[in-house]
Design a protein around this ligand. Sequence first.
Ligand code: DAH
Length: 319
Amino acid sequence: MQELEKLKLELKKLNAEYAKIKDIPLEKRVEFGQKLNTRKIEILAKIGEAEKAVLDVEVEPIDVTAFSGVNEPLPEFYTTTMGSKHPLMTELDRVVQIYQMMGFDVVESKQLDDEFHMFDSLNFAKEHPARDGYDTFRTEEGFIPPAHTSTMQHRVLKMYKARLDEGKAIAVVVPGRVFRNEDVDATHEHTFYQCEGVYVSETCSMGDMLGILREFFEKYYEQKLNIRTQPGYFPFTEPSLEFMIEKPKTLGGKKGDYLEMLGCGMIHPNVLKMAGIDPTKYHGFAWGGGIDRLVMLRYGLNDVRYFESGNLNFLREFK
Ligand code: DAH
């Protein structure tokens, strides 16, 4: 290593010599320049060799004949193990499958969206304080990593509205990653997952929505549940509700221990109108809730930060 540094210093000094060329008498200039060039080529070659020597010592070449792990059991001396699916992704698959069994289509949300889909298309009035309530990140160009999966509602309504003309319903769920610029603690992450649901038909009612949600949660937790709602506020639903389930005894809950699981409501006529759906003819309901919270309850986890931590001991618990 020292050798390499010496050579680099020599090269630096030599480079400084070039500045002297202009002071050398004309008749000697060519000779002087040629000497410098020859010396420079020599030093550069030596530097190349010295660098190679360092690499040879410090980097072990890859042994392409080593055990690849494919189709062979791991030898016992191996300390590494195969990776596995992240628990959130496994649970997200389960969530989506339950809705698919009920006949819902699946559309994935985007990880970068815009002001229109985050707010305007969801009936947030311009300058309304509810916009601040979402603690959005923004890129320098003004794009928004979505703070909820509701950013997809407008797209889904437009994408599927031909179904209504055929006398069918729109029934879609949207799983996705969402981002909020808020302080992180045991119950808040800057990055988490949500699943949105959108249903529109000529005849649907709030009763249908509560039936679908009850069915979903009972399937997910594999037991009968007590549910409850309370009034909420979202600009994109009217009326809006917060949907709660009683924490099951099997998961450490006591009677009367209700947990808010998601926000929901009847889709606001303005949201339907903006997507080109006649609100005097069609009705819809929508809901959206966090996946992380759902999974935490199922596995008795007390800190949401585990999910994004990359902590291998935590991840191995789910293998
Ligand atoms: N997007 C809301 C949130 O993240 C949740 C929500 C509420 C979604 C009502 C809906 C809805 O689709 O109708 O806070």
